[in-house]
Design a protein around this ligand. Structure first.
Ligand SMILES: Nc1ncnc2c1ncn2[C@@H]1O[C@H](COP(=O)(O)OP(=O)(O)OP(=O)(O)O)[C@@H](O)[C@H]1O
Length: 294
């Protein structure tokens, strides 16, 4: 069982179900529901003070699959994503009800350390946010502050940058500031930084929204390479991107409260990406993907 309690050393590695790898490339040969999911969300409700932002979401994230969360603005995609590694703990007024499990452990249980959760379940944000440090130190920072046992930091930096398909572009300027990189390179650096702490799951919150089409395409290629080692969950506004990169798609919408008019997000449909985009069950999904709504 994965230890989420300690804050320094973690028995990170391939959990027992690592033989279950799906490289179906969003094809319909995927099983209908993810077997042995890495993470599950059960009856998730999220509030910001009195505002009910997300209503009763149930999801399961398959190992080595890419799951996309799509839907109109304000339907709660980012809120749900942030619940998956307890980033909402850092948002004033946010309250999470229901259960979020990682390898069957409740990540909100009293004894669980949120720092340990975030080491296993890393996050890449919408805007590239490198630290004001060198390229090398951006990668080395996480392993250093979490006290990770590292045999050779140089090797870890190289390996992380290679995994993020950035090594060849930066290998001769590792000591230069990360701010000297292009936006797309900075985002790949942020992915490398996430990888350096050896997570199991990578959450991506609209990782390409500030990037041009070429940089976007590099990140999408990178996601396909990373899928063999990681489970990826991505929030995207870009339906074509969801269709291109993901195995499964969760479509959310927002329903206005009759009295207050406040819009609460809810999950409409969750299925294999091919089904969501070619043969959705719910008419609201169909309206959204055909551009009639949202
Ligand atoms: N920190 C916060 N405090 C209060 N309300 C918030 C906070 N963050 C989000 N919300 C509200 O929660 C709801 C869901 O927001 P969220 O950002 O999760 O939606 P989203 O689907 O990711 O939207 P977008 O696609 O525009 O990023 C919205 O009504 C939003 O205004």
């Amino acid at each position: 069982m994965t230890n989420l309690r300690a804050s320094s050393h973690f028995p990170v590695g391939a959990p027992a179900d690592s033989a279950h790898r799906f490289h179906a490339g969003n094809g319909s040969e995927l099983p209908e529901v993810p077997p042995l999911p890495v993470m599950r969300v059960d009856n998730l409700n999220v509030y910001y003070n009195d505002f009910h932002a997300v209503y009763d979401v149930n999801l399961a994230f398959g190992r080595h699959e890419i799951t996309a969360m799509i839907g109109p603005s304000g339907c709660g995609k980012s809120t749900v994503l942030r619940c998956l590694n307890r980033m909402n703990d850092l948002v004033p007024g946010a309250r999470v009800e229901g259960e979020v499990t990682y390898h069957d452990q409740d990540i909100y249980a009293a004894k669980v350390d949120p720092i340990a959760v975030r080491q296993h379940i890393g996050m890449v944000f919408q805007k590239p946010n490198p630290f004001p440090k060198s390229i090398y130190d951006n990668i080395a920072y996480g392993p250093r502050v979490t006290g990770m046992k590292v045999e050779s930091m140089d090797d870890l930096v190289e390996e992380s940058l290679r995994s993020a398909a950035l090594w060849d572009e930066v290998k001769d300027k590792l000591k230069q500031s990360a701010f000297g990189l292009s936006g797309g390179q900075q985002q790949r650096l942020c992915i490398a930084r996430t990888i350096a702490t050896k997570p199991d799951v990578i959450l991506m919150d609209e990782p390409c929204s500030s990037l041009d089409p070429i940089a976007t395409s590099k990140i999408e290629d990178l996601m396909q390479q990373l899928r063999s080692d990681y489970t990826i969950i991505i929030v995207t506004h870009n339906m074509q991107q969801a269709a291109r990169v993901s195995d499964r798609t969760a479509f959310f919408t927002a329903r206005p409260d009759e009295t207050t008019g406040n819009r609460t997000g809810l999950l409409v449909e969750f299925d294999r990406t091919t089904v969501i985009f070619e043969n959705p069950t719910d008419p609201r999904t169909n309206d959204y993907i055909t551009g009639r709504f949202g």
